[in-house]
Design a protein around this ligand. Structure first.
Ligand SMILES: [Zn+2]
Length: 372
């Protein structure tokens, strides 16, 4: 019943080419996962995501819990059905948004009390509740409830935060294993089940990062531990060499036969670098969010499409890109759409940026394959 993660090849730098067999989709890794915050990758329809070969997308538990509500989604058969996305889905634990978006939060060992950023209503999230919400949403992969340590954080603060994250990981795992059969598609996909990933925290302290990874891996002793491991709390404002240092500290401690996911990272060159080091999964709002602000990632570097110099530039956004936007539209047109605040602007910019990010991973996978 465990998660089927089939390693196909490992390169000399540690990069891994694998097939991740999820209940709804076999995902080729290393993979980049577009972020679909509230059940939608902003501005891009599901059929377009399919044509871009996106095999797995993210949903944010916090947003979906507040609106339309996990119980409603559960009654409608889960998130896959509700948003009409037959491929892979991963939900975060809600923790990150509770800490970054909500107001008046109060953290205790039990959980976190917070007010909705939408209407000020009061809510209480515990690890158990986060699991119930994620089981109702029914994503292929769920995440343990954690506290993302802010940056910078004093050592005592990082230690306390890690203590909480470890205790919450244990409770998440226990509750998840006891209730995962309640997922809406349980009867439809016999023998398939949701997976749960643990999250390594520890701020920017190498020994805390190590401790975090070791404790999570120890929870596997009974054979029903986490199905994969994520490294969280990175790209929170720290310099990039520090991000890399934390990743390098943790990677050797994570079991080679399970997927590894670095959360919320990063720029195009970063995702390529991490994939070549042996990280299998990545997500980031950067390509989608930047697109809505007119920032395009291209083979020639970053391009701010708002620039006046593109006013009559009839060339494609990225001459080396063969996405549906670059094949059809000019820089001048994309600039005009932005100037005129046309909704199509966000759509076209996002499609290109996602094609660019997904293309990077496709190239990395190709190069890892040829080493075999
Ligand atoms: Zn393109």
């Amino acid at each position: 019943m465990g998660l089927d993660f089939h390693l196909l090849n490992t390169s000399s730098t540690g990069g891994r080419r694998a097939a991740l067999h999820l209940p709804h989709q076999t995902v080729q890794t290393p993979v980049f996962m577009p972020v679909g915050t509230a059940g939608s990758v902003k501005a891009v329809a599901q059929n377009v995501l399919e044509s871009l070969n996106a095999e797995i997308i993210l949903g944010n538990t916090y947003h979906l819990y507040l609106r339309p509500g996990h119980e409603a989604i559960g009654r409608m058969g889960g998130l896959h059905k509700f948003i009409s996305w037959p491929r892979g889905l991963l939900t975060d634990s809600g923790g990150f948004q509770v800490f970054s978006l909500s107001q008046l939060r109060k953290v205790s060992d039990e959980g976190v009390q917070f007010r909705s950023h939408l209407d000020g209503s009061s809510h209480f999230f515990t690890p158990e509740h986060s699991m119930d919400v994620q089981i109702a949403l029914g994503a292929d992969i769920c995440m343990a409830f954690d506290e993302c340590t802010e940056y910078p954080a004093e050592r005592t603060r990082a230690e306390e935060s890690l203590r909480l994250t470890i205790a919450w990981a244990e409770r998440s795992l226990h509750h998840f294993r006891a209730h995962q059969h309640e997922v809406a598609w349980h009867a439809e996909l016999p023998g398939r089940s949701q997976s749960l990933f643990g999250i390594v925290q520890g701020g920017m302290y190498r020994d805390l990062r190590r401790q975090s990874a070791e404790r999570l891996v120890e929870m596997d002793q009974a054979g029903s531990g986490f199905d994969g491991y994520a490294i969280g709390g990175l790209s929170v404002g720290e310099p990039r060499d520090l991000t890399l240092e934390m990743i390098a500290e943790v990677l050797p401690l994570l079991p080679a036969n399970k997927p590894r996911y670095v959360m919320g990272v990063g720029y195009p060159d970063e995702i390529e670098q991490y994939a070549r080091l042996g990280l299998d999964m990545m997500d980031c709002v950067l390509p989608t969010r930047a697109a809505r602000h007119g920032l395009l990632f291209t083979s020639e570097g970053r391009l701010n499409i708002k620039g006046k110099k593109y006013a009559e530039d009839q060339g494609p956004p990225d001459p080396a890109c063969d996405c549906m936007v670059c094949r059809r539209y000019s820089r001048a047109y994309l600039r005009h759409l932005m100037q005129a605040s046309e909704p199509l602007s966000a759509t076209l910019n996002t499609i290109h940026n996602l094609a660019y990010y997904l293309g990077i991973m496709q190239r990395v996978r190709g190069s890892l394959h040829s080493n075999a």
